[in-house]
Write a protein that binds this ligand. Structure first.
Ligand code: PAF
Length: 286
């Protein structure tokens, strides 16, 4: 496995690989890798000749300084994990390397960014778009892999690809969960023992929402889930929404969307966790 910290060096290596007609699969990450990330690496390896992973904690996508400062960094462990998973190239740039000047680019993702994460984390998706565009320019992948845990991010990236006319296939990969249902996230390591015990309730409530969609109106299901979240003193709800998974606009009736998905963001003290679940309800809806 080759590790690069300089843009020009990894670009030169990729140029050589492309000259050999190798197909490049790319997994962008912010490190603190877990099995969710590794599932993306395995998929990229299965579908491409060369797999590239980037590790870069992107300062411009954090709207909360403490979240940025406390973001877990474990480069040595990450590199071991990537070696074991037979990743080919790792790109580990510094902030100065990525942003010699503070980036000023502005993107407009319209209604996709006005809701949920976009509404609660102003500037977040602009920062994601800035770094992903730059990483795509450097790595020039054939395919790039993103987890569905950050579902809204995935839709933003798909929109970015269209806006920039890039010929990169975006591959959506399913959420990987711990055995108790908690969605894997780099932020999970920041949970206390007690918070870690109750955090799987987030998944349980999403499941309750999906199961109850068969029986009850959306309004009823939504208000029951919100009540259950608010009944857990350690949880501070940012949002719980049921939205169409294509346009991300919240819906008020099951019949408003053929592809509804439930989305949630909750703080456990300073740690913010997000999760989502597809809802299957292709039947007579109320
Ligand atoms: O999902 C992430 O880890 C980050 O938002 C990404 C896509 C690597 C951009 O920094």
């Amino acid at each position: 496995m080759q590790i690069f910290t300089k843009i020009n060096d990894i670009k030169a290596a990729i140029t050589l690989l492309k000259a050999k007609k190798y197909r490049i699969g790319f997994v962008p990450t912010m490190g603190a890798l877990h099995n969710g990330h590794l599932s993306l690496i395995y998929k990229a390896k299965a579908e491409n000749d060369i797999t590239v992973c980037s590790i870069f904690v992107n300062p411009v996508q954090f709207n909360n300084t403490e979240d940025f400062e406390k973001y877990p960094i474990q480069n040595d462990t990450d590199i071991d994990l990537l070696k074991n998973s037979k990743c080919d190239l790792v790109f580990l740039p510094s902030v100065k390397e990525m942003y010699p000047e503070p980036p000023t680019e502005k993107f407009n993702f319209g209604t996709l960014e006005n809701v949920m994460e976009g509404a609660f984390r102003p500037g977040h998706f602009n920062g994601v778009a800035i770094v992903v565009k730059k990483l795509f320019e450097i790595i020039t992948p054939d395919k790039a892999y993103f987890g569905e845990k950050d579902f809204q991010q995935l839709m933003i990236i798909k929109s970015l690809i269209k806006k920039l006319n890039l010929r990169i296939e975006i591959v959506a990969c399913p959420i990987i969960r711990e055995s108790d249902g908690l969605a894997m996230s780099s932020r999970n390591v920041r949970l206390t023992e007690h918070q870690r015990k109750i955090a799987p309730e987030i998944h349980a409530l999403l499941k309750k929402c999906a199961d109850h969609s068969m029986e009850f109106s959306l309004e009823h299901v939504k208000s029951e889930v919100i009540k259950s979240i608010e009944a857990i003193p350690e949880f501070k709800l940012d949002y719980f929404e049921i939205a169409d998974e294509e346009n991300l606009q919240p819906i008020s009736n099951w019949s408003d969307s053929d592809t509804p998905r439930a989305f949630v963001a909750i703080f456990l003290d300073k740690v913010r966790l997000i999760d989502n679940m597809k809802i299957f309800c292709n039947f007579a809806k109320s």
